[in-house]
Design a protein around this ligand. Structure first.
Ligand SMILES: NC(=O)c1ccc[n+]([C@@H]2O[C@H](COP(=O)([O-])OP(=O)(O)OC[C@H]3O[C@@H](n4cnc5c(N)ncnc54)[C@H](O)[C@@H]3O)[C@@H](O)[C@H]2O)c1
Length: 254
């Protein structure tokens, strides 16, 4: 699907990988709605991207919040063609840590935001896309964000890895469910990217993380993630796939 004059939503679009993707989509000619829970960052980023971007405060885990956000996009733009899911969190905790077993509520929270939130947005976006007139056979494209932790979760990433493994697992069946509607579904599994999530770490820790990457030995740039998201959207024969973008890293236990 070409980007020109299309409408996109980007969850987690206020920051990091989602922020870079929102910028790339605007650059490519899309109208973009940033759906994020962070009002300050969302408002500021949408303003920085100009007239074709808007911020809609949204909690991806909340059915009525996402329904309202998509309704408002449809009201203003008339259609929704592209959905990129980047909202996510990754608080560390071990299965059994110093303070006892992994808090169940924390496990549920990570799965709720990363996995259920992704599904919630994808299903409601796909429902809106079903009404589109096909563009070269396509009514819509969905890109979800997993992580290499789906395959090689590290110590302390049990909840995060479970949530991201769920996103990888639903890629094929979701693409199958939506095939007849002309909607493609792909997933990106990023390695370690230089986002606000990592910006708080001291330089030596960031350098050490970069050294763990096979080649090139550095953190990924959010713009590199965005370029892949755009490529997946623009490539009609790419469907039901999870693509790693990680400089060849294979995460070690810690
Ligand atoms: N940065 C990395 O190295 C990396 C690696 C692998 C996967 N990822 C994944 O990429 C995605 C983006 O990560 P990032 O590094 O850009 O993080 P980030 O913290 O910069 O951005 C995440 C955004 O999600 C938003 N968000 C959180 N909960 C939300 C909710 N309930 N509803 C709506 N928005 C919500 C936050 O406000 C934030 O703007 C996440 O899913 C993350 O797990 C990141």
């Amino acid at each position: 699907m070409q980007l020109d004059d299309k409408t996109a939503i980007v969850t987690g679009g206020a920051s990091g990988l989602g922020g870079a993707t929102a910028a790339a989509l605007v650059e490519g000619g899309c109208s973009v709605a940033i759906l994020d829970i962070d009002k300050d960052k969302g408002t500021a980023h949408a303003a920085a991207l100009g007239d074709r971007a808007r911020f809609i405060p949204t909690d991806v885990t909340d059915e009525s919040s996402v329904t309202a956000a998509i309704s408002s996009v449809l009201e203003i733009e008339g259609a929704l063609h592209i959905c990129v899911n980047c909202a996510g969190i990754g608080p560390p905790a071990k299965t059994v840590g110093r303070d006892g077993p992994h808090p169940l509520g924390l496990f549920e929270k990570v799965v709720r935001i990363n996995l259920i939130g992704t599904f919630n947005v994808a299903r409601l976006a796909a429902h809106a896309m079903q009404s589109n007139d096909p563009d070269d056979g396509e009514r819509g494209v969905i890109v979800n964000t997993a992580s290499v932790a789906a395959y090689e979760g590290q110590i302390g990433q049990v909840a995060y890895a479970a949530s991201k493994g769920g996103i990888v697992g639903m890629t094929v069946p979701m693409a199958r469910d939506l095939a007849r509607d002309g909607i493609r579904v792909n997933t990106i599994a990023p390695g370690i990217f230089d986002t606000p999530l990592l910006a708080g770490l001291p330089d030596n820790v960031r350098d050490a993380l970069g050294q763990m990457v096979l080649n090139p030995q550095r953190l990924g740039h959010p713009a590199e993630f965005a370029r892949l998201a755009v490529f997946l959207i623009q490539s009609p024969y790419l469907n039901a796939e999870t693509v790693r973008i990680d400089g060849g890293i294979r995460m070690q236990p810690r």
